[in-house]
Design a protein around this ligand. Structure first.
Ligand code: DC
Length: 225
């Protein structure tokens, strides 16, 4: 068993997991592992190489062409796909949709499981994703399920995309999030759901500082740090 502490943060797209985890990690001196980035890197490979990403057999048969590595610099996670830094490239919306689709395939989930688990061996970590508390780190010291209304999540995601100069409108983002919720909550393997021992925290009416402040107290109580 690892001597390092681990915090699992799950929740649907746009709930603020990544931003909240980033700030919490900095405040606690932990490393933030964004597992969505791993699914996005796999998706990017299939997008760039024009594979039919809906075809499970094709996806599973070609995973052996993919090498994914993570690195952490100044607390920021860098993602490498076949030794190329794709940290920025994986943020486009086409990649998000393909990631949501291929994440339903068990071969993809198995392929990424070890990479995720290994990060707990050498660091105190905050890991965010969809199945962290239920599958990846069932023994995490703290488990949190962050959520917010669909409309609020779409608003937040639109703001993020605009900040990155990515062109889109509210209805488009709302529909994409709806579609991703549908995939994430209803897939057969490792569907998005809170584990029984997760704190479920609805952030709809809260700003990021309120969320961080509340969770920091909760985490410190749980892990005595
Ligand atoms: O968090 P994100 O939007 O970057 O994730 C992209 C997709 O990856 C998401 O729609 C579902 C999938 N994913 C997953 O299935 N399990 C995880 N632990 C993280 C992400």
């Amino acid at each position: 068993m690892s001597n390092f502490k681990s915090i699992a943060i799950d929740g649907p797209a746009g709930a603020g997991k990544s931003d909240v985890s980033d700030i919490l990690a900095k405040k606690l001196g932990f490393i933030h592992v964004d597992t969505g980035a791993l699914y996005r890197a796999v998706a990017l490979y299939f997008l760039e190489n024009n594979f039919d990403y809906k075809n499970q057999q094709i996806i599973c048969e070609n995973l052996n062409k993919i090498l994914i590595n993570m690195d952490f610099k100044d607390n920021s996670q860098l993602i490498y796909l076949n030794n190329i830094d794709v940290t920025e490239k994986i943020r486009i919306k086409e990649v998000a949709n393909i990631a949501s689709s291929i994440s339903a395939f068990s071969c993809v989930r198995d392929f990424l499981l070890e990479i995720q688990k290994n990060t707990t061996k050498f660091n105190n970590i905050i890991m965010d994703g969809r199945d962290i508390a239920t599958v990846v780190l069932p023994n995490a010291d703290v488990k949190i399920f962050l959520t917010a209304s669909l409309e609020e999540r779409a608003k937040r995601r639109l703001k993020q995309l605009k900040e990155k100069n990515i062109n889109c409108n509210y209805n488009e983002v709302l529909n994409l999030i709806k579609q991703r919720d549908n995939n994430d909550f209803h897939r057969k393997i490792a569907p998005l759901k809170p584990s029984q021992d997760s704190l479920i925290y609805d952030t709809t009416d809260k700003n990021i500082n309120e969320v961080v402040e509340f969770l920091l107290i909760y985490i410190k109580e749980k892990i005595n740090c």
